[in-house]
Design a protein around this ligand. Sequence first.
Ligand SMILES: C[S@@+](CC[C@H](N)C(=O)[O-])C[C@H]1O[C@@H](n2cnc3c(N)ncnc32)[C@H](O)[C@@H]1O
Length: 273
Amino acid sequence: MAATESAPRQPQHIDTSRPHPARVYDWFLGGKDNYPVDEELGRHILELEPHARRSARSNRWFMHRAIRWSATQAGIRQFLDIGTGIPTEPNLHRLAQATAPDARVLYVDNDPIVLAHAEALLRGRPEGVTQYVQADVREPRKILDQAERVLDFSRPVALSLVALMHFVSDEEGAYELVGSLVDALPSGSCLVLSVITGDYDPRTMEQAVQTYAAGGVTLVARSHAEVARFFKGLEVVEPGIVSLPEWHPELAAGEDVQGDAPVPLYAGVGIKS
Ligand SMILES: C[S@@+](CC[C@H](N)C(=O)[O-])C[C@H]1O[C@@H](n2cnc3c(N)ncnc32)[C@H](O)[C@@H]1O
């Protein structure tokens, strides 16, 4: 297998008639890969929650710290990142390969716009592997089949589901899907997860959920106890399941992790024994 392989990039229809989570998030992060429908939804959310951009950045920075932690403290060299998003530097493979140049990374997203930009996700270190597949987290068997071609499932894998599972409802099997992915991982693997919560400001979050729903996007806010269910059977590492900025701020490398705004997302990392 070549060190860095190219993803299949067949032309796909990008629906610009309704907002897409990847593009709205890109707009919040100040990216250019979004359309007027995405910006419109983003602006509605900003009217409700003026700190929404900071929350998006804070989420991204949690990913930075959790991947640094996985590579340095947990010694993990393989990463399965589902719900990757439009490339935003530094992407996960850069963070992992900064510690371990031979790190192997499989990116997965279901949005054709991410596939269209996947080239930027594949420029990794020659010692390592980066690959991209278009797939939906609601099809865990398909993802695992692809992942087994790229990752060695006899060695630990960090499963990264960062700002993903709030787009999957309980009725769609959110907990069972995460459970089946975690079940496939060997001992020493970890789950890196962040999701939206209404615990800090239920009223605003309810309005945000309705605003996303009006745009045709399912958004599920979960309580602390509901987020903890994602980590069932795993040992949640210190400091536990916390608001994003509270998760190992000392691992920041230049990111302005602390801030005065509350961040309505919980984050945590759990290890499989
Ligand atoms: C808010 S972005 C998060 C991006 C990145 N993980 C981060 O935290 O910076 C959510 C991503 O999940 C993807 N997504 C949403 N539902 C999905 C699904 N059912 N299967 C796979 N990806 C999905 C979206 O396309 C989008 O790229």
